[in-house]
Design a protein around this ligand. Structure first.
Ligand SMILES: [Zn+2]
Length: 263
């Protein structure tokens, strides 16, 4: 990854952070997972992508840019544990960790936390932590779960239920790290459940949970054989553009203004 400068929390001194916080009260927290992504992708996809997206978004925001926190690598991935390489923490551990971090950020004077989540199954846990931080610190906290749940992204693939290591994640990786993709091992593993309520990409679907090994032999859910770097680049462009306009808006509004606008 190229070197990003000026907005990484971990690379600043306390005096630099203190000075920066005079003008900026917004941070981005990338949150990922280390879990199997089929035979053709590495286990770091959700972690790397959350970090990459956060850096790209901060870089493209207007000055002064939001601060970006060190990414949380691990997430809730118990459902992938029948595949080696998957490392999971519990929902309780992740939500307690994010809650503590949020309270500590609030003590530093941070008023808005934007969590960029690279792993769909972290969403309920991060939403819960966000709600508790808001309850106790009375600051703005939101969770963006990108990639497969971004409505504009799913329009760019025609594979049904392309939710894991399929067309979307393989395309986005081909666009930025082609050397990490073993395309010769990519096989179609498109799922259909025969019910609008169960199909993951249907607007009527319920939230339901299953161990990946019950529905996919390779760990893939989707069709990675359709992936291209061009498509992946378009997906990144859409995600970055959408998030930059959102973060810029949040960053420049006071809490009072935000609440009046009822985000
Ligand atoms: Zn993933």
């Amino acid at each position: 990854m190229k070197k990003y400068e000026g907005f990484l929390w971990e690379e600043m001194t306390w005096e630099q952070i203190e000075a920066y916080l005079e003008n900026v009260d917004t941070v981005i927290l990338p949150c990922g997972a280390i879990e199997q992504h089929g035979p053709h992708l590495p286990v770091d996809i959700d972690y790397y992508d959350a970090k990459y997206l956060s850096y790209k978004v901060a870089e493209a925001c207007s000055d002064p840019k939001p601060l970006v926190l060190p990414a949380i690598p691990f997430g809730v991935s118990y459902h992938h544990q029948d595949f080696k390489g998957t490392l999971s923490v519990s929902n309780n551990a992740l939500s307690a960790f994010v809650y503590d971090l949020g309270m500590s950020l609030a003590k530093n004077g941070i008023k808005k936390i934007i969590i960029i989540n690279g792993h769909g199954d972290n969403a309920p846990t991060l939403n819960y932590a966000a709600q508790m931080i808001n309850r106790d610190a009375k600051i703005f906290v939101c969770v963006d779960t990108g990639e497969t749940s971004d409505v504009d992204i799913s329009k760019l693939t025609d594979t049904a239920n392309d939710i894991h290591a399929g067309d979307i994640e393989t395309s986005t990786t081909l666009a930025i790290r082609p050397e990490m993709v073993q395309m010769e091992k990519a096989k179609d593993a498109t799922l259909t459940f025969g019910s609008d309520y169960l199909n993951f990409d249907n607007s009527r679907s319920v939230n339901w949970y299953v161990r990946t090994s019950k529905i996919s032999e390779s760990g893939v859910m989707g069709d990675p054989t359709k992936a291209t770097a061009e498509k992946g680049q378009k997906m990144w462009d859409v995600m970055i553009r959408n998030l930059v306009s959102f973060v810029d808006e949040i960053k420049t509004k006071s809490l009072e203004e935000l609440y009046q606008k009822r985000y």
